[in-house]
Design a protein around this ligand. Structure first.
Ligand code: ADP
Ligand code: ZN
Length: 724
């Protein structure tokens, strides 16, 4: 009788497929295999056969598994994790598995590298250079050719000569781990009392070696990193692996260096800027347990750790943890799930915890650890609001005289200033002064952003760009286009006029040179080689700029204008983070917020340093409106190539929504971003009581909903962060 097996493929199918097993191949759940799929062969994973059996297919027609990879199987805990994420996000399990299988090369053993060892025969003629090589080679170790030449201080021709004479024999040596093993007591920190208490609490959680969640809530500069390093040390002492999630990992060489200072070697990195070869090696060595610590972006949650003993989520409130396409998941929340399934402790760290985590902390669901003061001499900056109605800048300028004076004083003290504006480019809108024509993207319902340096108008949603024309395309008038509002480039221009002598840099993701360049610029700023930094949120996070004593927020109202459920929370977090860049090394520092609504409660809370009042008010507001975490939300996004198609489908979908007490269906309504990349978008918002199984309700709904036809697409976003 033919043996069959269930296989989960990285495709949008709801269930594993059944394949036949060739004679002699023994397969068990978790094994990585190659199977035929249509005309292709794909990597997939042997899965448990679903209850009630696999597909009811004619065994004679089954296709055969091609081969099993020589790779540790995907653990049962990872298999349950894939299913859990799939159930929660309402994505096909195969699409979640795809995130595990991204690195196909890692499934095969790494090619060994060539090494050379002493063969026992000496060369006929000994030169001084040869003597140096022999001295090293006789110790018995295998060397790479270049390594040996380098160590002996000879040219590689000398090595080649010895190889030819049979003095050195070729051997294969395994590829070394991408990073050296961390050393638990490489450099022990001197923690202050608050830090020591928090660290010992975390240590206990790690030593308990079971699932728990700790919320490490400490103001910017309180030394949270040093604290969770102690949790990492405790985990390494148990011989287990550690995952550290960081929101902007690719930009933060600082973090890697700090880690190296503490543990003697950096963690392995995992993010989209890692080269394919390095990704393969890292994936494989994580699976084999040869890499102990990974610092990565959200996708590192899907690495096949051999024995994961601790997950840290730094800046847990960050929106960057939410993936907004294909599988809509929040890595912070899924980290907690992964910890639960793998029975491992999880640490969430933030200076401005999300409302969700804060409530969990208050209710005792998470162990709540707090640090109220900065480490050492450092004081939090004084924060003041500049009332832009009173201290307005001149026409066409964006910096208030008050802010300019403070910048001047900062420069005189030879300190650094940061101007923060969360807007790339030169100006967010360009219009014709004569006819009023506004430059809009052809594919999206957005204005084109002027990038003056590149002489382009650019769409920040689809990437479309066009040259800035000389004449208005509508009325043909020459030279009458005006830029409306500021982006960072324009602030840069204003600063250049005001402070031509100062060393100024504009930092945004538009900077040419990518991640490498960005890391270098950040280092230059840390070294004090820049006087004025003008930047988007890239500079807001995680950096330590020792001389930074003034932070000016060009438009503190910007985030509040959105008006979505998280506008207040995000503004509070972002402004706290940005102003938190100031005064991290004991110098007196100042944060200035330019605002046209200085009496806004969020700005007032930041100003008074009274974060408790912010949390209290925000939590009360969420509670009374039944919003997360007190109620549940799901966004449904319906898109199509034409507006009527999208609208008709959205309405038809809405009509089939089952009635259930405690579930509210709002919409459909045209999305605020009504077109992206040529697709028209509608949204439905589902609001439910916390005790309702929202996923189940949606599943029932979709089982009776009209099918998506003719390019219509329906996406579900559980716990949406964006409502655009
Ligand atoms: P947070 O992550 O809470 O913003 P950090 O961990 O970055 O704070 O610490 C802020 C600064 O204080 C850093 O420059 C860090 O090196 C320093 N620091 C924190 N704790 C210690 C310590 N125990 N000993 C020496 N320096 C410390
Ligand atoms: Zn566009």
């Amino acid at each position: 009788m033919t043996e069959t097996v269930s296989i989960l493929l990285p495709i949008p199918a709801e269930r594993p497929y059944t394949y036949s097993v060739p004679e002699g191949l023994h397969l068990a759940p978790g094994d990585f295999v190659t199977v035929p799929l249509g005309p292709r062969e794909v990597a997939a994973v042997v899965w448990e056969t679903p209850e009630g059996g696999g597909d009811k297919v004619d065994v004679a027609k089954l296709r055969e598994v091609v081969a099993r990879f020589d790779c540790p199987p995907l653990s049962v805990e990872m298999r349950r994790f894939v299913e859990w994420v799939s159930n929660y996000t309402l994505s096909a399990p195969g699409m979640v598995l795809r995130m595990v299988l991204r690195v196909k090369g890692g499934l095969d053993p790494l090619t060994p590298i060539e090494g050379w060892v002493y063969s026992g025969h000496d060369p006929e003629r000994i030169t001084p250079a040869r003597g140096q090589v022999l001295e090293l080679a006789r110790e018995g170790m295998a060397w790479s050719k270049s390594g040996l030449a380098h160590a002996a201080g000879v040219s590689s021709a000398v090595i080649s000569g010895l190889i030819k004479q049979g003095v050195l024999n070729r051997v294969e040596i395994p590829q070394p781990p991408v990073v050296a093993a961390p050393q638990v007591d490489f450099m022990l920190p001197k923690l202050n009392k608050d830090q020591a208490e928090a660290a010992s609490a975390l240590r206990q959680s790690v030593e308990a070696a079971k699932f728990s969640v700790s919320l490490l809530d400490g103001v910017t500069g309180s030394g949270k990193t040093e604290i969770y390093f102690e949790a990492i040390a405790a985990c390494l002492e148990q011989g287990k692996q550690v995952l550290i999630l960081l929101p902007e990992i690719s930009l933060t060489s600082t973090f890697l260096k700090r880690f190296e200072k503490r543990f003697g070697s950096p963690p392995a990195e995992w993010h989209s800027d890692i080269s394919p070869k390095l990704r393969e090696r890292t994936w494989r060595q994580v699976a084999l347990g040869e890499v102990q610590v990974v610092a990565g972006a959200r996708s590192s949650l899907f690495l096949p750790f051999k024995d994961l003993g601790l997950i840290i989520v730094d800046e847990e409130h960050e929106q960057a943890y939410k993936q907004q396409d294909r599988v809509f998941y929040n890595a912070r929340d899924m980290a907690v799930v992964r910890g639960h399934l793998g029975n491992a402790p999880v640490v969430l760290a933030s200076a401005t915890p999300s409302i969700e985590s804060r409530v969990n902390g208050d209710l005792g669901r998470y162990e709540y650890l707090r640090l109220e003061a900065r480490f050492g001499e450092a004081q939090l900056p004084d924060i003041e609001i500049i009332d832009m109605r009173r201290d307005a800048p001149p026409r066409g300028r964006f910096l208030s005289p008050v802010l300019i004076t403070k910048i001047r004083e900062t420069l005189e003290r030879k300190e650094q200033a940061l101007l923060f504006l969360n807007r790339r480019g030169y100006a967010p809108l360009t219009l014709c002064r004569v006819c009023g024509h506004r430059f809009q993207c052809n594919n999206c319902s957005t204005w084109l952003v002027e990038h003056r340096f590149r002489k382009q108008l650019q769409c920040h949603h689809c990437g479309h760009s066009e040259a800035v024309p000389e004449a208005c395309p509508e009325c043909g008038t020459l030279d009458h286009l005006v830029a409306c509002g500021p982006g960072v480039e324009r602030i840069g221009e204003e600063i250049l006029e005001l402070f031509p002598e100062a060393r100024t840099i504009v930092l945004s993701s538009d900077m040419a040179g990518g991640v490498k360049r960005m890391r270098m610029e950040m280092e230059a700023i840390e070294q004090g080689e820049v006087d004025i930094v003008i930047g988007t949120q890239l500079v807001a996070k995680g950096h330590n700029f020792p001389l930074m004593t003034l932070v000016g927020v060009v438009d503190a109202d910007l985030g509040l204008a959105h008006g979505d459920l998280r506008a207040s929370e995000r503004t509070f977090q972002l402004l706290s983070q940005v102003t938190g860049r100031a005064g991290r090394t004991g110098r007196k520092s100042l944060g200035l917020l330019q605002s046209y609504q200085p009496e806004h409660p969020v700005l007032k809370a930041i100003c008074s340093g009274d974060r408790e009042s912010f949390y209290e008010r925000e939590i009360a507001a969420r509670k009374s409106a039944n919003l997360p975490p007190f109620g549940r939300l799901a966004g449904i996004i319906i898109s199509a190539d034409s507006k009527p198609q999208a609208e008709i489908h959205a309405k038809a979908l809405r009509r089939t929504a089952p009635f259930l007490d405690g579930v509210n269906v709002l919409g459909p309504a045209e999305a605020p971003l009504s077109m992206i990349r040529g697709r028209f978008r509608y949204r439905i918002l589902i609001q439910a009581q916390r005790n309702i199984d929202l996923q189940n309700w949606i599943r029932n709904w979709f089982s009776v909903a009209p099918k998506e036809r003719g390019g219509v697409r329906v996406q579900v976003d559980i716990d949406p962060q964006s409502f655009m």
